[in-house]
Ligand binder design. Structure first.
Ligand code: SF4
Length: 346
């Protein structure tokens, strides 16, 4: 592949379609959520406590930088529990696992740490409870995503995955009067409501979950990007291609008035040609993205004449989850005083 020609600030200024001030609107909240923070800290503490290698099933969170950094520290990422040597230490990722995966780990006598986000665990519990009550579950989410596999695996006989509005129009059910919907935690709020609306028109007795399954972090990041998108000629979303909530942020930006939106893992993936007709650039990041990656993007924008970023705050977040119980106990046994919270801020 021919490498992309990098453009200097002078090249961009000469090719610009406008004159005058350039500005950056920085969405808040953005970046790390409490579930991601907890999962990453759990792996770091496991490395400290037990030393490498620590095995992690799937990516602990969907972010290239986080996975690469942990790999350098001695984490081995595997696809399945049966790849892990017997009696080794295995961490389950923030997206959750099905009971079958837990069984495989138990069969191999693995020591496990469950870093499933408590908000995903909540959806698992709902699935189990509804299946016990002979409900039929329509799980709105994306087939193949780890979180959907985990939730589906809690009640496979009772669950059908609905991927999109088209499937909502055609899905077949056994008993329309015993139906309930659940969802993946990282979907587009608007698209999920559209799917529920279609389902409810077809199945008027469809029951809602006890509380929203789309989590606070997903909703807050989407609300923030909705606010700045109408003013943005370009929205840059920092986040990985396999990060559901990052991909949704790009879609939401385009749906809410951004002239253009691009998702990048790193600042060096930004094409400076995008700046030629972008007077205002909106910046946000997915829930699995450390702030250091946003800082790099802001530094690049500053080099190209974008002034100090103006933060647009649509919500304050102060949620912190306790670390997984297995790691709290291990730290306690080792005499550590602070065994409690995930708690790293940006
Ligand atoms: S995005 Fe939401 S559900 Fe997923 S880890 Fe973060 S807080 Fe938990």
């Amino acid at each position: 592949m021919v490498p992309r020609r990098r453009r200097s600030p002078e090249d961009v200024a000469a090719a610009s379609t406008f004159e005058g001030e350039r500005r950056v609107l920085l969405a808040a909240p953005r970046g790390y959520c409490a579930g991601v923070d907890r999962a990453v800290v759990a792996v770091e503490k496991a490395l400290e406590r037990y030393g490498p290698p620590v095995y992690v099933r799937k990516e602990i969170v969907h972010n290239r930088h986080v996975v690469d950094t942990l790999t350098e520290k001695g984490v081995i990422f595997v696809e399945e529990a049966d790849e892990v040597p017997e009696e080794a230490l295995l961490v389950f990722s923030a997206h959750g696992v099905s009971p079958q995966v837990k069984q495989t780990a138990a069969d191999r006598n693995l020591q496990t740490i469950d870093a499933t986000c408590p908000l995903v665990t909540k959806v698992h519990r709902e699935a189990v409870r509804f299946a016990k009550d002979d409900r039929e579950i329509l799980l709105i989410g994306h087939d193949g995503h780890e979180e959907v596999e985990g939730t589906y695996g809690e009640a496979p006989e009772a669950t059908t995955v609905v991927n999109n509005p088209e499937e909502a129009r055609t899905v077949e059910v056994q008993n329309p009067d015993q139906l309930v919907w659940l969802s993946q935690t990282t979907l587009s709020v608007d698209e999920t409501m559209e799917i529920v609306q279609i389902l409810r028109e077809r199945f008027p007795n469809l029951q809602d979950p006890p509380s929203d399954d789309i989590c606070y972090a997903t909703s807050n990041r989407q609300a923030a990007i909705k606010k700045i998108s109408p003013e943005s000629d370009l929205v840059i979303v920092v986040g990985s291609a396999n990060s559901s909530n990052s991909v949704r942020l790009k879609e939401v930006a385009l749906e809410h008035g951004a002239a253009r939106a691009e998702r990048v893992d790193f600042a060096n993936q930004i094409d400076e040609a995008w700046f030629e007709d972008a007077r205002t650039i909106g910046v946000t990041s997915g829930a699995s993205v450390p702030e250091v990656l946003v800082d790099e993007v802001l530094r690049l924008l500053a080099d190209y004449g974008y002034g100090e970023a103006a933060e647009v705050v649509t919500a304050e977040e102060d949620i912190v989850f306790s670390l997984p119980k297995e790691i709290r106990k291990a730290l306690q046994d080792a005499g550590h005083e602070d065994t409690g919270r995930g708690g790293r801020t940006r």
